[in-house]
Each structure stands twice: as C-alpha cells, then as structure tokens.
Write a protein of this length. Structure first.
Length: 66
C-alpha cells in the first residue's frame, strides 16, 4: 500500500489550485448524469468503455486548460 500524499511546500500552490478548479468543473457536468441512463461507447477494440460523463468531464477540463 502506498503512503498517503500530503500537501507540503514541495507542491506548487498554483498547480493545486488548477487541479481543484478542474475537479470542481468536472463535477458540475458529471453530477447531473450520476445514476442516470448509462450511455457508453468503446474507444477502440481493446480499450475500455467511455461514458458521456467521461467525455463531458474531459471537454470542460480541456476548455479550462486551453
């Protein structure tokens, strides 16, 4: 089992803020889809499925980064 990570002075606070912003934004688009109809697709023959929630979370996070 890996030891728990703790936030200390070696982490860039700006990167932590960005990660929290991205997580919050993704949560806003994923939350309404929770426990709804599961719509999924395969990315490729050997890849796992991707849900609409996955796609929407990626879309909103990319929009904030770009």
């Amino acid at each position: 089992m890996s030891p728990a990570l703790t936030v200390d002075s070696t982490f860039d606070p700006a990167l932590i803020d960005l990660a929290l912003t991205l997580a919050d934004a993704a949560g806003e688009v994923i939350r309404p889809l929770f426990r709804g109809d599961l719509q999924a697709e395969y990315k490729a023959a050997s890849s796992p499925i991707v849900t609409i929630a996955d796609r929407e979370a990626e879309r909103v996070m990319r929009g904030l980064i770009e």
